[in-house]
Each structure stands twice: as C-alpha cells, then as structure tokens.
Design a protein around this ligand. Structure first.
Ligand SMILES: CC(C)(COP(=O)(O)OP(=O)(O)OC[C@H]1O[C@@H](n2cnc3c(N)ncnc32)[C@H](O)[C@@H]1OP(=O)(O)O)[C@@H](O)C(=O)NCCC(=O)NCCS
Length: 166
C-alpha cells in the first residue's frame, strides 16, 4: 500500500466526502451520522482551501482513506484555538496512519499561529482517546449525554493540546 499524506485540494473533495460519509454512517464516532450534501461539503472544503485552514488527507493507493483537520473557532478572542477532527475508513485503521495524520495536521496548525487545539471524543471510543493521549492531549472535561444517536446517549470527553505560545 502506498500512503501519501498531503494538504487537501479540490481533487480530493469527492473522495473526502465519501470517506466522511463512510465513517459518519458507522454512527459510533462522529457528530455526523451521514455526510452533508455534496453542495455543502464542497462549500466547506472550498472554504478550507481558500482560507488556508489546516486539513490533511491520507491517500492509500491514490484513494482518500481519511482526514485530519484543525479548524478555526468563532470569535477574535478565540482565534488562537483550532478544533481537531479525524477519521479513517475502516480498512485504513490500525496501521499507524491516524498518528501520522495527526502529526501532519498539528504541525501545520502551529505554523498558522494556533496555540491551543481542542477536540471532543466519545467516552466509548478508547482507541481515539488513547491516540490523543499519545499525541499529548490532556482530558479537561467529561460531558454526560453530549451525543445522541438513534435515541441512545453517549458521554464525551473534551481534550486539549497546548502548543508554542507566540
Ligand atoms: C481514531 C482513529 C483515527 C485512529 O487511527 P489509527 O490509525 O487506527 O490509530 P492508531 O495508529 O493509534 O492505531 C489504533 C490501533 O491500531 C494499533 N496499531 C497501530 N499501528 C499498528 C500497526 N502498524 N499494526 C498493527 N496495529 C497497529 C494500535 O496499537 C491501536 O490498537 P488499540 O486500539 O488496540 O490500542 C481511527 O481508529 C478512526 O478513524 N476511527 C473512527 C473515527 C474516529 O473515531 N474518529 C475520532 C473521533 S473523536
């Protein structure tokens, strides 16, 4: 398998939406339970590219197998904060690609002036939480009933990583 990790570009948009839809439809990990419409996804991905926000994709033999992004938060007083999201299609998991994606995205985020990265992870997703801890993220809070899928609640943790101060 040939793995390439690179910044998102328009040529990735369709594959990226397919990967998002695959992970979302598992209904166990993400806030989405299916991908937004093609139009909404395209607008979102275009905003990332046009604004130089941080999103990297993993290509396995040329096909988008996952992503990691660190996206801005609203408000000038929180402009130093990015929110991290990550996902890999099932066949791309357990090969160390998540860690590689995170390293690339975090490194790119620090370069844009971000000094704090936040994320939210379901309490029943120990694989992702362990990866975040390995990358240095610290748990800051426990959020009961913060996800609900098909009427079933799940708790989540908020985690954060502090980077170099500017
Ligand atoms: C979370 C996620 C991105 C982690 O990516 P990953 O590449 O599988 O992560 P890791 O490299 O840390 O590997 C995870 C597991 O594979 C194992 N692994 C890593 N590299 C390996 C390798 N080369 N060979 C065999 N196993 C390996 C790890 O030990 C770990 O095992 P564990 O879960 O039993 O502890 C991925 O599982 C995923 O996309 N999950 C669904 C979406 C999701 O949870 N997103 C995050 C929402 S907050």
């Amino acid at each position: 398998m040939n793995l390439i990790i690179e910044p998102v570009a328009p040529k990735h948009f369709d594959g990226l939406r397919r990967a998002l839809d695959t992970v979302a439809r598992e209904k166990r990990y993400l806030a989405f339970t299916e991908a937004p419409s093609e139009k909404d996804c395209r607008a979102f991905y275009c905003a990332i590219v046009d604004n130089g926000w941080c999103q990297v994709v993993a290509l396995l033999d040329g096909a988008v197998a996952g992503w990691c992004d660190v996206l801005p938060t609203h408000g000038q007083a929180r402009a130093h904060i990015g929110t991290l999201g990550i996902g890999l299609v099932p066949s791309a998991r357990r090969q160390g690609i998540g860690a590689k994606l995170m390293k690339a995205a975090i490194e790119a985020a620090w370069k844009t002036g971000i000094t704090r990265i936040e994320l939210s992870v379901r309490a029943d997703n120990p694989t992702a939480k362990a990866l975040y801890e390995r990358m240095g993220f610290v748990t800051e809070g426990h959020h009961p009933r913060s996800f609900r899928v098909d009427g079933v609640y799940a708790d989540s943790y908020s985690m954060a990583l502090l980077g170099p101060q500017d």
